[in-house]
Design a protein around this ligand. Structure first.
Ligand code: FUB
Length: 345
């Protein structure tokens, strides 16, 4: 939601109409990646803080330093904050900006995947390993070789293979990798290297992970989203094209690629027949929330599907002080998803 509209919001009324309330109120949390491990819900969010950094279109004010893991027995039960699971000071390669993470389990070990800016100012993606879903996690000494940009989301397919989806434009730097190398040639601007409106939109990336989940097993590939005519979405189609926050799940044999459209503030979905896509645009899952960013995950809990998302209602609109929420989503018979309005009609 654009920030200039926030001063007109009556937050008391908005909170009364909201379809859900913040899950966590002792700290600010965002970008919730939810999973069920061992029959319990674990949420891996960003931990928002106010570090006093200037606001800009590169997201410098998102200056997060650590991760907390949140757990719940069910979507209605009390929330437990398990404290610091990983701090940037304990990641040898990372300097700052611990943005949206994800986690997964394999053979009794838990893997936290996270983006951070390295000391050269370039976002990379790292892995940290723990013995419990809540950590603590020990970071690998180096970032994943060949990783870049932000917002890792790891999907385990039915055949046991794990895939990482990642990428984000503007402050997430995806546009600087268009040639395959980081383009440091111009002053850092969110708009440099963005394709023209009539060019294909930038795509999220996918890479299969190695069996130890510590490296890419292949060169990252584009996750292409097609329109109703089978053409790749264009960069100017800002209501539908990918911006950040990739998340994949499978429902009734279809892969759902879900994502944020960033500057138009929607959570959308596209469906396909392979984890690699291509995916065909399907519609919106969530209308804009209070705050500039919108970011989510989709998780099945006890047979129902839930959208974990965030907004800035608890901080009364401070865009980098967000709170995670959860609401049920409904898939129609034809596979489409009913759009959620976060504050009712
Ligand atoms: O939390 C920092 C960034 O804001 C995330 O990486 C983006 O997806 C957006 O939610």
């Amino acid at each position: 939601m654009p920030e200039d509209s926030i001063e007109h919001i009556d937050f008391k009324e908005l909170n009364e109409k909201a379809i859900s309330q913040p899950l966590v109120t002792n700290i600010y949390t965002a970008d919730p990646s939810a999973h069920v491990f061992e029959g319990k819900i674990y949420i891996y969010p960003s931990h928002d803080i106010d570090a006093g950094d200037a606001f800009d279109d590169l997201g410098s004010h998102f200056a997060m330093e650590d991760y907390h893991v949140i757990s719940m027995d069910s979507v209605d039960s009390p929330v437990v904050d398990h404290g610091v699971a990983l701090h940037v000071d304990d990641v040898p390669w990372a300097e700052k900006q611990m943005w949206a993470p994800d986690a997964h389990e394999k053979d009794g070990k838990y893997y936290l995947f996270f983006p951070a800016k390295a000391y050269d100012g370039i976002f990379r993606i790292g892995v940290a390993i723990g013995d419990s879903p809540v950590g603590p996690f020990k970071a690998q000494p180096e970032a994943i070789k060949g990783s870049f940009s932000i917002d890792p989301a790891v999907y385990k397919d039915d055949d046991g293979e794990y895939y990482m989806y990642f990428g984000g434009i503007w402050g997430g730097q995806l546009q600087r990798w268009r040639t395959g190398e980081f383009n440091a040639g111009q002053p850092e601007s969110p708009f440099a290297f963005i394709p023209e409106d009539d060019e294909p939109a930038l795509c999220a990336k996918i890479a299969k992970l190695t069996p130890d989940l510590l490296e890419f097993a292949e060169e990252p590939k584009d996750v292409v989203i097609l329109d109703e005519n089978g053409e790749a979405l264009l960069a100017g189609d800002t209501d539908r094209r990918f911006f950040e926050a990739a998340w994949v799940y499978k429902h009734n044999g279809k892969y759902y690629f879900t994502y944020s459209t960033g500057d138009s503030h929607f959570i959308c979905y596209a469906t396909g027949d392979s984890p690699y896509g291509p995916f065909t645009y399907g519609g919106r899952i969530l209308e804009p929330v209070v705050g500039w960013t919108t970011h989510h995950s989709v998780c099945q809990v006890e047979g129902k599907w839930y959208l974990f998302y965030h907004d800035s209602s608890l901080s009364k609109g401070v865009t980098h002080l967000r709170s995670i929420k959860v609401a049920e989503i409904i898939h129609n018979e034809d596979g489409s998803i009913q759009t959620l309005k976060p504050y009712g009609d």
